[in-house]
Design a protein around this ligand. Structure first.
Ligand code: MLT
Ligand code: MN
Ligand code: ZN
Length: 295
């Protein structure tokens, strides 16, 4: 399996358009690399590619990725479709930008499909352009992807997007993507509310984990923006602190562990920060946009 990490920033990207924090300033003056919003491309055979989430930066991300170059036919894109982890805008708005493509397939958890349809009008809009097929990503129910990969959604959260209706049940999934031909397995979980025994069980047999690294500290938003915005209700387990993911990840030294979906407030964006030194010492990574992983 080939994995291309197309984007590693949380909603708003890095730098964020309206943010003058010291980290965003460093991204603007080039002393830190800027980062597009989180999404990933995967392929089992190098010809059929699937997007895990479609960020608002998707056009630049697809055009900037050689493996996703269309051809030989005028509209022969290797992109077969999108698997959404949620209906959050930074993970789904890119689908609107892929409207020219016909015959693609979209997978998402039931609540997300409902919200995308009822509150974003995504399905009705796409149907007016080239028409996509839609399927529910049912937790624990695996499905085959063109190109030989097997994807399995796992429910990891009930946080609904601000614009979406109140609906019971899971709003957020992680995807386990397995390549039977190599035995390689990726777990993609950009939004994880808390580290649970249920989540930990998903790590069995995983070679590479792309994990929610939105916030380093539990009060990061409060510290950096002066108002907490109820960070704990945002559904992102922090990296550090007692309930943080780092303490848990230390127990999985064999697996490749990569933080993604980094908020522009996160000191892990700065490789010179003490926080970066601590995760690096633990063998955990933050990778640049465009990183290619072979599993
Ligand atoms: C999130 O990751 O929690 C959402 O994307 C929040 C947002 O961007 O509004
Ligand atoms: Mn997000
Ligand atoms: Zn900022």
């Amino acid at each position: 399996m080939k994995v291309v990490v197309l984007g590693t920033a949380a909603g708003g990207g890095f730098p964020q358009w309206n943010c003058a924090c010291s980290l965003c300033a460093k991204a603007r003056n080039g002393s830190l690399p800027s980062r597009a919003q989180d999404c990933v491309a995967v392929s089992g055979n190098g010809s059929d590619w699937w997007l895990l989430n479609a960020s608002p930066d998707i056009r630049v991300q697809v055009v900037g990725c050689a493996a996703l170059t269309p051809g030989p036919g005028r509209r022969d894109t290797p992109v077969r479709g999108v698997l959404l982890t949620s209906a959050e805008l930074d993970h789904c708005l890119g689908v609107f930008s892929l409207r020219e493509g016909g015959g693609q397939h979209l997978y998402a958890p039931a609540n997300a499909l409902a919200a995308l349809r009822s509150h974003l009008g995504l399905r009705d809009v796409l149907d007016l352009y080239a028409g996509w097929s839609w399927s529910e990503a049912v937790p624990e129910k695996s499905f085959a992807l063109a190109g030989g990969l097997i994807a399995t959604p796992h429910a990891v959260g009930t946080k609904r997007p601000k614009y979406a209706p109140e609906l019971p049940g899971p709003w957020v999934v992680a995807y386990r993507v397995h390549d039977p031909s190599t035995g390689g397995t990726l777990l993609y979980a950009p939004c994880l509310a808390s580290w649970s025994a249920g989540f930990e069980a998903l790590l069995d047999g995983v070679d590479c984990l792309l994990l929610d690294g939105t916030f380093s500290a539990p009060d990061e938003m409060g510290v950096s923006t002066g108002h907490s915005k109820g960070q704990s209700s945002m559904g992102h387990v922090p990296v550090f602190g007692g309930g943080g993911s780092l303490a848990q990840l230390r127990r999985f030294p064999v697996m490749r562990r990569i933080y993604t979906h980094l908020n522009n407030t996160n000191p892990l964006l700065d490789p010179a920060s003490p926080e970066s030194a601590e995760i690096t010492a633990a063998g955990i990574e933050v990778v640049p946009d465009g990183t290619v992983i072979t599993l």
